[in-house]
Design a protein around this ligand. Structure first.
Ligand code: GLN
Length: 534
């Protein structure tokens, strides 16, 4: 018997960017999964990049890494956390990837003398990519990056319009997320920009089936009526989404608005009664104020965009609420420590510090100083990728190896404690060339790592060029650290921890990508527990 055809939910955005389209798509995924449906998600981005690996984190936020090693948009992090699945490279499509393939095909003579055009070739190729990502799932949710009307995203909008005709409009739902501004002077929520955005979408040939109205303040039902009247979308297919206490509340708000039922009805999907008990429990945990607060210092480089460390923040929060405490995360500019700022003074008020991932030379010395301090003062320390590299250098320097450094700081130093492997040399700032995605790791019995994980075999996601230089491994114990997690295939160090230290744990991989709101990651959980003295 032929596999059942996949149904599609397309999510577009209007009026302005940064509306939380990704969270809306993820929330719809959450609700459909709760109805027993097999769900996949995909982000289509208009950037001419091939993947997100070389995008500037200051502007675009974190690069999220999938288990098969794709460097993707941070919305995939929302998808994984809200739907509790592990996605693959198929879930991320940037315009550059499609164009590159198209042009390679043209050069290889695959078009047999035809003109190669945006329509139908580019739009057709986008559709093929979308169909492939959705294969084997009941519902495939596709989010189109950017704002409807942008010149850049036109090919994607046209592709999903054509795809609706190709697979049958009964098999697709178009969800449009719009912004509803609030005018303080007249205390009114305005619908005009949303109306215009719907008109724009219609002008491109797409009639939205569902509207999601994002607003900063709660809007009343009159707004829904007005939106319905002017957009032609039935009232029961409109949800109002005012700012939530926690992003994890959004699925419940959409559920109350009946959006998932509208979608399953429209798509004629056989859905079970939604199982939302566990999710409701997560939201309760996430929105309860607790008596205790863990004060965490994030020693970082990018200071102006919270999105840069999105998964780290979410992992810290999840670990905190599962331990019934609040977490107060303060960003500490590591570059401060290059100057006169005293590490002792700056870090004195924190219960623990986190050194997250990062690239390039800037701020490294400051991070090393912070790690030296955490080692000496026995302050809980969690190191994530770069945070491991800095901790090993800190331990070496504390033990008197003053030249200890990394390939990024000083490639000519005699003591490259952190170095690149042969296959990574000279590839700085080139795309898709790092150690990426899942690798196995074996934990030493009786280690802190094995204790927090409750097992000795783990698989975690990577994104880096540098590694612990094995020539120095025998010295680790004399530096007060030990390598407690090793890659069994290539004998590379994956985890280090402090000896005689309450909690110094650092990994060469990025544990934050596998943390879930309903299942905090063991390393983050251990860190918060250490802070709480558990
Ligand atoms: N820049 C370091 C490396 O490439 C660390 C990377 C990271 O933190 N993701 O090895």
């Amino acid at each position: 018997m032929a596999a059942k055809a996949t149904k599609y939910v397309f999510v577009t955005g209007g009026v302005l960017s940064g509306l939380g389209k990704g969270i809306t798509a993820a929330s719809i995924g959450n609700l459909l999964k709760a109805r027993g449906l097999r769900v996949n998600l995909q982000k289509c981005d208009p950037y001419l990049n091939v993947d997100a690996g070389l995008l500037n984190p200051r502007e675009h936020g974190e690069v999220f890494v999938t288990r098969d090693g794709a460097e993707t948009d941070l919305d995939l992090g929302h998808y994984e956390r809200f739907v509790d699945i592990e996605m693959t490279s198929k879930s991320s499509l940037m315009a550059g990837r499609v164009l590159l393939k198209l042009i390679q095909d043209e050069r290889a003579g695959k078009f047999d003398g035809d003109d190669v055009q945006i329509i139908p070739h580019l739009t057709g190729a986008i559709q093929d990519w979308v169909i492939k990502a959705g294969e084997g799932f009941d519902v495939h949710i596709v989010e189109i990056g950017g704002t409807v009307g942008d010149y850049e995203s036109l090919a994607f909008i046209e592709a999903i319009r054509e795809l609706g005709v190709r697979v049958g409009l009964d098999n697709c739902v178009y969800v449009h997320v719009v912004y509803l501004p609030h005018l303080g002077a007249s205390n009114e929520t305005k619908t005009k920009p949303a109306q215009n955005s719907v008109r724009e979408l219609r002008g491109l040939g797409i009639l939205p089936d569902v509207l999601i109205g994002r607003s900063e303040k709660p809007a009343n039902d009159g707004v829904k009526r007005k939106l319905s009247l002017f957009s032609g979308v039935a009232e029961d297919a409109i949800a109002l989404l005012p700012n939530a206490r926690s992003i994890y509340e959004v699925p419940l708000t959409l559920e109350d608005a009946g959006i998932a039922d509208t979608i399953t009805r429209r798509l004629k999907l056989k859905a079970k009664r939604p199982q939302l008990k566990d999710w409701r429990a997560v939201v309760k945990l996430a929105t309860t104020p607790y008596d205790r607060t863990a004060r965490v210092g994030l020693v970082a480089k990018y200071m102006d965009n919270t999105d840069t460390y999105m998964s780290v923040f979410e992992a810290l929060r999840a670990a905190a609420w599962h331990n019934r405490c609040n977490v107060d995360i303060t960003w500490i500019d590591a570059e401060k420590f290059d100057g006169d700022a005293s590490v002792d003074q700056e870090l004195a008020g924190y219960d623990g510090i986190v050194v997250p991932g990062g690239f390039g030379r800037r701020s490294l010395e400051g991070k090393i100083k912070a790690a030296q301090y955490a080692l000496k003062q026995k302050l809980p320390y969690l190191g994530l990728c770069l945070g491991l590299q800095m901790a090993v250098i800190a331990a070496a320097r504390n033990a008197g190896l003053s030249q200890a450094t990394s390939f990024e700081l000083n490639p000519d130093s005699p003591d490259l404690i952190i170095d690149t492997m042969d296959d990574q040399r000279g590839k700085h700032m080139t795309g898709g060339t790092m150690r990426l995605g899942d690798y196995d790791c074996t934990l030493e019995k009786d280690s802190l790592a094995a204790r927090v994980y409750g097992t000795t075999k783990i698989v975690e996601r990577h994104r880096h060029r540098g590694e612990c230089n094995n020539a120095y491994r025998d010295l680790y114990e004399s530096w007060g650290i030990r390598a407690s997690g090793i890659n069994p295939k290539n004998n590379l160090v994956e985890i280090i921890e402090g000896i005689d230290h309450p909690f110094l744990l650092a990994s060469q991989f990025h544990p934050e990508f596998k943390s879930r709101p309903n299942r905090p990651h063991p390393m983050f959980n251990g860190f918060i527990q250490a802070i709480l003295g558990k």
